[in-house]
Write a protein that binds this ligand. Structure first.
Ligand code: SF4
Length: 671
C-alpha cells in the first residue's frame, strides 16, 4: 500500500510491541494502518522544552524519579522568560540548567536563540519524532520530522522513555504548484531570493482557506512541484504556523533542499531522503498556485482573519516587530536588512528586530547586514521570543502593530486594545519605512539576497549534560519561587459543582492563563498564578472558584486553542475545576486537561450550551462509573431542572488517567 509521509513516520514509531522497520524501507509497506481517531502510542526520539513551560516539565520529570532521559536527544532551551526584572526568571534558568546537566539533557543558554529556530539548525533530523512543550514544535516538520507540541507532562513522560499518545490523524495534502512571484527560474538550490511574496503569505493563504479550526485531527503535508522552490527556512515558516490551523503537525518531505540545509549546518550525515510514495493517498487535497499569491495580513484578533495587504494600504502603523520562531531565520533577516539598507525608519514607527538565534545574529553582524538595520533605526533585541510572548515592546494604547509572529490574540501583546496584524517580513519592513500599511510590491523591484553555502557553526552556547557517572554530584537548584506541582485527587464517584464561568467560541490558552512580562516569571508558582486565571473574562474568577469549592467551566467551540501551555490546565486544577464542558476542544489543551485530571466533555447537542448560565448548580452524578465503563455521561442542571447528554473522545488510557487523578498519578501507579 503506498504511504504518505505521516503514515510512514507513524508506522515506524508505533510502540505497541511491534518492531516496525525504519522509514523508507520496503517492509513498511506491509504494515497495517491504525484507523483515524484511534489512540496511537508513538516512540519519541527527541524532546525540547522552553523555559516558560520547562520548569514545570522538569518538576514533573523529577517527580517521576527517572535518573536519565531515555530519548536519543533532549534539549532544554531558555528563550521565553529572558527579561530579568526580579530573581524569579534567573532562578528558573538555574533550576532548568541543573536538571539538564544532571538528567542527560542538552542546555541551550539564554541568548542562544528561540527553541524552534535553534532546534532546526542544530538538532532536528528528518524521519525522527519530536515532541516539545511548545505548540510551535511543528517547525521541525520543515525538515521532515514528525514534530508535535505537547503538554509539559507529556514531554516529561517521553523523556522518561514513555510513549506519546495521539489520535491517529487524517492527512491533508497541500499541493503547491508554480513559484512565488518574482523568483523566475531560481530554485532553492541556489538559495536565492527575489520576491515580495514569501512563505508567510503561503501559510496565511492556508489559514484563510482552512481557518483556525481547519487542521484539527489532521496532519498537513506539503507536496507538489512548488516545494522545490522553497528553502528549509521557508518551509519551517509554513509548518510553524500550521499550529494556528489547530493541526496535529505539518510536514514537508526531506529532499535535496533539506540535504543542502543540513550540509550548510555541517550536518549532512543527519540527512535521509523521506518522500511520500508515488501513489500515496490523502484524506483531502488543497491546491495552491504560488504564482497567484500576493502579500497577505491576518487582521486583529485571529490568525485566520486574512486580507490582502493592498486592501489595508494606508492604515497608520505605530509599531513593527520582526522576529519570532515564524520569521527570524537568516534568510528573513537578510531580506529585512536589504529593504532597510540606506533608509530611515518612519518617525511614527517603533521598529524592533529579534534575530532567531545566535547563529543568525552573528552572521548578520559579520556580513554587515546588522549594521544596515541599526543604521536605519531598528531597535535590535536579543535572540529570544521577546515581544511575541509579551516580554517587552507592548504597543501604546490602541496602537496598530505589525508583527511577523504567528499569533495576534487580543491582549497577547500586553496592550489590551492594541490592533495586532500578522504579516511577512517584507510587508513589515515596508510599513516600517512608510509609516502606513504598504503593499511591498509598491516599493519597486524586490532586492535580491543569497544565502551562504555554509553557515557559521559554533555551539559554544549549548552545554552538554554531565556524564552519567558524575550525575550524582549535580545538585538541583530550587529557587524560592518554585512551588510544587498542584495536588490532584482520584476522580470522585460523582461531582456537584458550580458553573463558575461560561465563555464563548475560540477561547485561547492566553485567555485562560495569560502570559506577559508581569506574569511569566511565576510559571513555577501555580498558587501565585491563580489570581490571573481567566482574568480577561472574569477578574474575580479565582475568588469565585474558591467560593464554589468544586467548579465546572462552560466553553464554546475550539476551546483552548493557541499555546500548548499546561498552566492553562494546572491553574484550573489548583482552583478546583473538575470538568470543562465545551462545544469542541483544541487538541493539545484537551490532552492537557486530561493530564491534569480535569474531564473535557462536549455537548452531544451543541444547543444545550445555551441552556446553562454562569452560577448554575451542576452535577455529574456517577461520573466515576461512567468513565470506568466508557458509558454516556449525563450533566444535571439543578438550577433549571434540565439534563444534558455529554460526549467525549477519551481513549481507554485517557479515562484511566482521569480516574487516577491525572497523568502524574497514573504514571506513578503504573510503575
Ligand atoms: S510563538 Fe512566540 S513565544 Fe512561542 S516559541 Fe515562538 S517566538 Fe516563542
Amino acid at each position: 500500500m503506498p504511504l504518505n509521509l505521516t503514515q510512514k513516520l507513524i508506522l515506524s514509531h508505533l510502540t505497541d510491541g511491534n518492531d516496525f522497520p525504519a522509514p523508507g524501507t520496503d517492509e513498511i509497506a506491509n504494515a497495517m494502518l491504525p484507523d483515524p481517531g484511534q489512540d496511537i502510542a508513538l516512540r519519541i526520539d527527541q524532546t525540547l522544552t522552553q523555559d516558560a513551560t520547562g520548569t514545570m516539565a522538569y518538576l514533573e520529570f523529577e517527580a517521576m524519579g527517572v535518573p536519565r532521559v531515555k530519548t536519543e536527544c533532549s534539549v532544554a532551551y531558555i528563550d521565553h522568560n529572558t527579561l530579568q526584572s526580579g530573581f524569579e526568571n534567573a532562578d528558573d534558568h538555574r533550576f532548568i540548567r541543573s536538571c539538564a546537566r544532571k538528567h542527560g539533557i542538552w542546555f541551550s543558554r539564554p541568548g542562544n536563540g528561540i527553541c524552534h529556530q535553534v532546534h532546526l539548525e542544530r538538532f532536528g533530523k528528518p524521519g525522527k519524532t519530536l515532541i516539545g512543550s511548545d505548540s510551535h514544535t511543528p517547525t521541525g516538520g520543515g525538515i521532515g520530522m514528525l514534530a508535535m507540541g505537547a503538554g509539559g507532562l507529556d514531554v516529561a513522560v517521553a523523556m522518561g522513555g514513555g510513549a506519546y499518545h495521539i489520535p491517529m490523524p487524517r492527512v491533508t495534502l497541500v499541493r503547491l504548484t508554480g513559484a512565488l512571484p518574482g523568483v523566475p527560474g531560481e530554485s532553492a538550490d541556489s538559495l536565492g531570493w527575489k520576491s515580495w511574496v514569501s512563505a508567510k503569505d503561503v501559510i496565511l493563504e492556508v489559514l484563510r482557506r482552512l481557518t483556525v479550526k481547519g487542521g484539527v485531527g489532521r496532519v498537513i503535508e506539503y507536496g507538489g512541484p512548488g516545494i522545490a522552490g522553497l528553502t528549509v527556512p521557508e518551509r519551517a515558516t509554513i509548518t510553524n504556523m500550521g499550529a494556528e490551523l489547530g493541526a496535529t503537525t505539518s510536514m514537508f518531505p526531506s529532499d535535496e533542499i533539506t540535504k543542502a540545509f543540513l550540509a550548510a549546518q555541517g550536518r549532512e550525515e543527519d540527512w535521509i531522503e523521506l518522500l511520500p510514495d508515488e501513489d500515496a493517498e490523502y484524506d483531502n487535497t488543497i491546491e495552491i498556485d504560488l504564482g497567484e499569491l500576493e502579500p497577505l495580513a491576518a487582521c486583529p484578533h485571529m490568525p485566520d482573519k486574512v486580507k490582502p495587504v493592498r486592501k489595508l494600504a494606508g492604515i497608520k502603523v505605530d509599531q513593527v516587530c520582526i522576529g519570532s520562531c515564524t520569521n527570524s531565520s537568516l534568510q528573513d533577516m537578510l531580506k529585512v536588512s536589504a529593504i532597510l539598507k540606506g533608509k530611515t525608519v518612519h518617525p511614527g514607527v517603533s521598529l524592533s528586530i529579534a534575530p532567531g538565534s545566535k547563529q543568525v545574529l552573528t552572521m548578520l553582524a559579520q556580513n554587515g547586514a546588522l549594521a544596515d538595520m541599526i543604521a536605519a533605526g531598528a531597535r535590535i533585541l536579543e535572540s529570544a521570543c521577546g515581544p511575541c510572548i509579551g516580554m517587552g515592546q507592548s504597543p501604546g494604547s490602541g496602537a496598530v502593530s505589525l508583527r511577523t509572529f504567528n499569533r495576534n490574540f487580543e491582549g497577547r501583546s500586553g496592550t489590551a486594545d492594541a490592533q495586532v496584524y500578522l504579516v511577512s517580513p517584507e510587508t513589515a519592513a515596508a510599513a516600517a519605512l512608510t509609516g502606513v500599511f504598504t503593499d511591498p510590491r509598491d516599493l519597486g523591484p524586490a532586492p535580491a539576497i543569497a544565502l551562504p553555502a555554509r553557515f557559521l557553526i559554533d555551539d559554544n552556547m549549548i552545554e552538554p549534560p554531565v556524564p552519567e557517572a558524575d550525575m550524582d554530584g549535580v545538585e538541583i537548584e530550587y529557587g524560592p519561587n518554585i512551588k510544587p506541582f498542584p495536588a490532584s485527587e482520584p476522580m470522585p464517584a460523582g461531582i456537584a459543582a458550580k458553573a463558575v464561568l461560561k465563555v464563548g467560541d475560540n477561547i485561547t490558552t492566553d485567555h485562560i492563563m495569560p502570559a506577559g512580562a508581569k506574569i511569566l516569571p511565576y510559571r513555577s508558582n501555580i498558587p501565585y498564578l491563580a489570581q490571573f486565571c481567566f482574568a480577561q473574562c472574569d477578574l474575580d474568577f479565582a475568588e469565585h472558584c474558591q467560593q464554589a469549592g468544586r467548579s465546572i467551566v462552560i466553553g464554546g467551540a475550539n476551546y483552548g486553542q493557541g499555546s500548548s501551555r499546561e498552566h492553562a490546565a494546572l491553574v484550573p486544577l489548583y482552583l478546583g475545576v473538575k470538568a470543562v464542558i465545551a462545544k469542541t476542544f483544541a487538541r493539545i489543551h484537551a490532552a492537557n486537561l486530561v493530564n491534569a485530571g480535569i474531564a473535557p466533555f462536549t455537548f452531544a447537542d451543541p444547543a444545550d450550551y445555551d441552556h446553562i448560565e454562569t452560577g448554575d448548580d451542576l452535577a455529574l452524578e456517577g461520573i466515576r462509573a461512567n468513565l470506568e465503563s466508557g458509558t454516556v455521561v449525563l450533566l444535571k442542571n439543578n438550577t433549571t431542572g434540565e439534563s444534558y447528554m455529554l460526549r467525549h473522545e477519551l481513549s481507554p488510557r485517557q479515562r484511566a488517567i482521569l480516574l487516577a487523578g491525572g497523568l502524574l498519578e497514573y504514571t506513578k501507579a503504573s510503575e
